[in-house]
Design a protein. Sequence first.
Length: 647
Amino acid sequence: MVLHEAVAIPGLVALCLSAGSLTATTAAASPEHEQVWAEKGKALAPILIPGDPLPAEVFAAEELQKHLKATTAAEFEIRRGLRDRPPRALVLGVLSRPSVTSLLPAGLGEGIRLDGYRWKSMGDTLYIVAREPFGVVFGVYEYLRQKGGAVFLEPGDWGEEVPTQAAAARARFRHEPLDGVRNPRLAVRGIMDYGNVRKRVDWMAKNGLNTLEGISWRPALWPELEKRGLRFEQGPHNFQSLIPLDVYGKEHPEYFALVGGKRAERVAQLAWCLSNPDLQAEVARKLIRQADESPASVVPSLALMPVDGNQPLCECEACRAWVRGAEGKSAKAHAYLRFANEVARRVAQAHPGRSVSILAYVDVTSPPENLAPEPNVRVVFCNYIRCARHALDDPDCPRNQERFRQPLQRWLAAAPDPWVHFYEYYMGMSAWNAIPYPTLTSMFGEWERLAALGVKGALVQASSGHMGVYGINYAAFARLGWEDPPTLDEFLKEYCSALYGEAAGPVERIFRLWEEAVQKEEHVLPDGARYSHKVFTPEVLARWESLLKEARAAANTDKVRWRLERLAVIQRYTSLVVEVTPLAERAKELTPGERARGRRLLEKLVRFCNEELKDQPDLLCLFSENDLGSIWNLRFRWFEESAGARP
């Protein structure tokens, strides 16, 4: 998308991180070619939406109104109806309805794909339009970012930047005429709902992510998602919630796997009797009911994903016959996909537009031979314990080649029109212990090629409670999901400028320090005990501290100082974790002196989490806000017991 140079409030530098291009712009347009929307605190045009607006059109208009008021001190009126438009207006609309397109200029939708959007100036009118609801919402946020100087990189007041009325009331809000389309290159751009889900949903919409992955079925969220044009996908382990053992175990023990002559007493992985037609019908009934009770625009795909862990297949005669000819891991994958196909066919009959999502995970990563997914089956390919040092398709990384690239290619070849998207861990999984996970180099090195292969996108495991440490990874993924993304260098410069202002230089060098530390290793897996202390060496930690000192000296605003203090807390936490983790992992082999040192470090780490993190919202956690104190306390107790110390 080519956009003319932004002309925001005179004297205001619009430092913005947009989904398609990074810009730092100042006033420069000639008056005869500019569009002016507010002057001296007065709105010069209304915001127009259709007379029968979608929830997303209403929400987009209200967000535009709210942020323009914050930026200009002007009250912008929202009007419904597109037929009798005034000469000057900001027009928002979703072009999927004839009632909208018949009232707008022809050709506005040309070139828009998926949930992309168009900005189009015609005379004194600006159109922000899309083919899908999310496109209008995100098109508005990008307009506010690129033309109004807003920053939405972290959630909440301290993480966002919106120019204040004091300067805006004396200025004109203006920019050059706009004409361009911006499209996503990934259809699925998702993140998990651990933590404060409403805060997560707000951040997603402002940063171009379109799918919320839920750890449970969340019908109460449908209105919040629908008004933003967002989608929902449950996962990644919902077998137990579909057919809970405590509900079905007594009346239908035959639904559960027969292993060693006994029906399963716990549910792990594929712990069902997958060949059982009554089970297939019951699971299909459950998914069809979910489809009945949810908007198709919000829930396009229904999850059918095994419980975490690993367990043998059902050993009953019917299941043995079902997988005859397949061996080992291939037998598991065959049974799972065959079961999913049976369920998906029933779902397709009741809801032709819905899909069923399955999980390629652990030992069912590769597709079975001679069995293709049904057309409405989506494969969620899990990059479990990948090497973060290398791109997934890097030929110099045998692990990524064998465990991910080769199975991925087989899934992409398994059907004429396959749907495969990833489940990713840009936080290093829980084993990385909530310290920084420098994976930007591999992310920027792989997504262009993955999209070209046909990968539809990714769902990212994440929590709103650790945005402070992993937010840069999530922001990078959001950028990489859109066409014409920045290079890694461009991304780092603009990310740091947007959040750290005058202290951007040394902070950028901190992030580069992290990346360089990973790139020095042969391989880096999300195994904190084996790798974290190799990445965050005493030298790296000391350099990080030195750069923070330099950044503090440059900082001159409270927000920047606050953000730098958060980086300092992360540095202190990381220092403790990388010192204690190798000792904790060798607890049974330690000398008395090492054991005493490990105990002191763990006690210090627990105190640190309980005291220093309690007033740091959304900074560090594994799954939920402030969970690290209790997690490290449990590890301390385990250390005491494993080391043979007095409990």
